[in-house]
Design a protein around this ligand. Structure first.
Ligand SMILES: Nc1ncnc2c1ncn2[C@@H]1O[C@H](COP(=O)(O)OP(=O)(O)O)[C@@H](O)[C@H]1O
Ligand SMILES: [Mg+2]
Length: 290
């Protein structure tokens, strides 16, 4: 008995007799036999690297190959432990204490990857974290991200443009990565911003990640002025969102206004940046409310 429970941008997720089948190749490019075997190997290596730095991931029970029902190529199916509690569902309505506990867990996972300087990378959306009996897991291992078999992987398919790849790389594992997490949390709970910032600052300091801690204290949202906003480019989408969250926290920007900022400053997975007009529009909104 199998039922589809969820899907992300790479993966279809089915609950089958209490375990989860994660189907890869239906939502993104299907595999050849050779690429599926490489992908399964990379998933195992990536999982091992995550566990080595203390990140909890679901147990894996095995892999299968299936024919692609939609055309040529193969699907890779990974069967893993079901992690029942969605952080996405919990975040909007849980008590501030609960939200902060879970945010602290998520940030402890995210910050564990920072000292690896890109050897092991995770993707920060809240939907990639789930909980089981109050333990937080990182569940999204597709694509494996980081240096695997000597090759850096960041997306599937990998961006061809070197500049985009370098940008995505620093976005996922540079000193600005904590801002990605903060944005995810603040868009759902804007009023907890100062507590979120404090827990990020403290964790970075405790872990001795001074480069990221310093970046965090000096980022554009902390030096808010028209000059700061005017300087932002399409590569600064995460700062545009961060400033939107700051203005929402201050009560200058409504929930709808914040939603507009997030959609104007959206980077499509794979690294497609917003058009310059969208950034101009986002900056106009920020300037109007700052
Ligand atoms: N082991 C699991 N148990 C329960 N839900 C899961 C599990 N793995 C993923 N999910 C959920 O399925 C959805 C898509 O999974 P994810 O691995 O993030 O796919 P994608 O790579 O496409 O983003 C997410 O909402 C995630 O929380
Ligand atoms: Mg995901």
């Amino acid at each position: 008995m199998s039922s589809k429970i969820l899907e992300g941008c790479h993966t279809m997720v089915y609950l089958t007799n209490g375990t989860v089948d994660k189907v890869y190749g239906l939502k993104s490019t299907p595999f050849t036999l050779r690429s599926a075997l490489i992908e399964a190997t990379d998933l195992v290596l990536y999982d091992r690297a995550l566990r080595k730095i203390g990140v909890r991931t679901p147990e894996r029970y095995g892999f299968q190959l299936r024919h692609n029902p939609k055309g040529p190529g193969l699907l890779l199916v990974e069967t893993v432990q079901y992690i029942p509690d969605s952080v996405d569902d919990l975040f909007p309505d849980a008590s501030p204490e609960m939200v902060l506990t879970v945010a602290k867990d998520m940030f402890s996972i995210i910050s564990a990857t920072l000292p690896t300087r890109g050897r092991t990378i995770i993707d920060t959306p809240i939907s990639n974290f789930r909980r089981d009996r109050e333990i937080t897991y990182y569940v999204d291992l597709m694509p494996p991200r980081g240096r695997i078999r000597g090759i850096y992987r960041i997306e599937r398919p990998e961006p061809r443009d070197k500049k985009i790849k370098a940008f995505l790389f620093q976005r996922y594992c540079g000193p600005s990565t904590p801002v990605l997490a903060l944005n995810q949390w603040c868009r759902r709970r804007p009023q907890l911003r100062r507590q979120f910032e404090e827990l990020i600052r403290k964790t970075l300091e405790t872990r001795g990640n001074l480069e990221a801690a310093e970046f965090f204290e000096q980022r554009p949202a902390k030096n808010l002025s028209p000059v700061t906003i005017n300087r932002l480019t399409p590569y600064d989408c995460d700062h545009i969102r961060d400033i939107g969250c700051e203005l929402a926290y201050r009560g200058n920007l409504t929930v709808e206004g914040l939603r507009d900022i997030f959609s104007l400053a959206h980077i499509v997975p794979g690294g497609i940046l917003p058009a310059p007009e969208e950034i101009t529009r986002a900056k106009q909104l920020l300037l109007a409310y700052c």
